[in-house]
Write a protein that binds this ligand. Structure first.
Ligand SMILES: [Zn+2]
Length: 339
């Protein structure tokens, strides 16, 4: 096979299937035949708006960054016995040499090349090449979908680490989308004993309870302030300014707020943060999370397969992108480029 199909964002709300040459793995790289790609909110945002903050799509870009597949070829210097290995792709490859990389914070590398973040193409394609160390082998006991969804799971693992969730933690999670739902499961796996999830969508709140939330708050009916829960940790997964402010105001003294959802700049309750010595941090993707994500999925401590509400062929990528907006019961679309 010398050519392949890819799903390219050509302009705002303009997604096309194109034929492109199959890439050649360079030195230190592997060629991966993609078996599953999860649709992320960021893919949908680029599709709808052509940008996320300072990242602007200025020329056609292949979408997709939550992906798994099978190694189909190796570049120079890579063990050829890896051909045929099932892998989960960590979609951001840093330069590995800058001060941030050397400090172990490679997610903050200023030279990061991240799939489907302009100007780099993503993995909504039959084949991609990636640094061999960022194609993580996965056990045969986890599904192709799960291999792809180790990427959003990594976001949850990173959030739980940044929040220092441990045995007995009381955690509030605002937003029960795919990230809120993996964060819920990570909070449980990290030892939290009270996990309260808020959202407006009753179906997603039910899913949150199924996946480990000890209670849920329908903020359409009960404002957070009236819920009477004083958590140690806030994992803000909605990106909604109201939820962020309300979540921070709910925190106990010396509580920790971790902003995971992507939102616009917003006013913060600084008096509350100051007088209660609240710690506040953002998260930007993740670093060193794949081993934990693989172990959580393999052991069954976390279930990412349940999040998948629709399977799509590459030709139906647009429908896959729009499903979560159009259907309140949809959570996560997965595209199989082999179809
Ligand atoms: Zn770097």
């Amino acid at each position: 096979m010398t050519t392949m199909q890819v799903a390219v964002l050509r302009g705002i709300q303009e997604l096309a299937i194109e034929e492109r040459p199959v890439p050649e793995p360079g030195p230190g790289e592997v060629l991966v035949r993609i078996t599953a790609v999860g649709v992320c909110g960021s893919d949908v945002h680029y599709y709808q708006h052509g940008r996320i903050g300072d990242f602007v799509v200025e020329r056609p870009m292949v979408l997709g960054h939550e992906s798994g597949g099978v190694i189909a070829g190796v570049g120079a210097g890579v063990d050829a016995s890896r051909v045929g290995q099932r892998v989960s792709i960590e979609p951001g490859v840093p330069d590995l040499t800058c001060p941030e990389c050397l400090a172990g914070r490679y997610n903050l590398c200023p030279d990061m090349r991240f799939f489907a973040t302009p100007p780099y193409d993503g993995s909504l394609a039959e084949f991609v090449t990636v640094h061999a160390a960022f194609a993580h082998p996965v056990p045969d006991t986890i599904s192709d979908d799960a291999a792809a969804l180790l990427e959003p799971l990594s976001v949850g693992v990173w959030a739980a680490r940044k929040a220092r969730i441990s045995a007995g933690s009381r955690v509030l999670i605002t937003g029960a989308g795919p990230i809120g739902l993996v964060a819920t499961q990570c909070a449980r796996a990290f030892g939290a004993t009270e996990i309260v999830v808020s959202d407006l969508n009753p179906h997603r709140l039910k899913l949150a309870r199924d996946l480990g939330a000890t209670a849920t708050i329908d903020v359409g009916a009960t404002p957070l302030a009236d819920a009477g829960f004083e958590p140690d940790v806030l994992l803000e997964c909605s990106g909604h300014p109201g939820a962020t402010g309300d979540g921070i105001r709910a925190l106990a003294r010396a509580g920790r707020a971790v902003l995971v959802g992507m939102g616009d700049d917003l006013p913060l309750p600084l008096t509350h943060i100051q007088s209660r010595e609240i710690e506040l941090t953002g998260t930007f993707r993740y670093a060193n999370t794949w081993p934990a994500a693989i172990a959580l999925a393999e052991s069954g401590r976390v279930d990412v397969d349940t999040l998948v509400t629709g399977h799509f062929a590459l030709a139906d990528s647009e429908a896959a992108l729009l499903a979560p907006e159009r259907d309140p019961l949809a959570v996560k679309s997965v595209i199989d480029p082999r179809r």
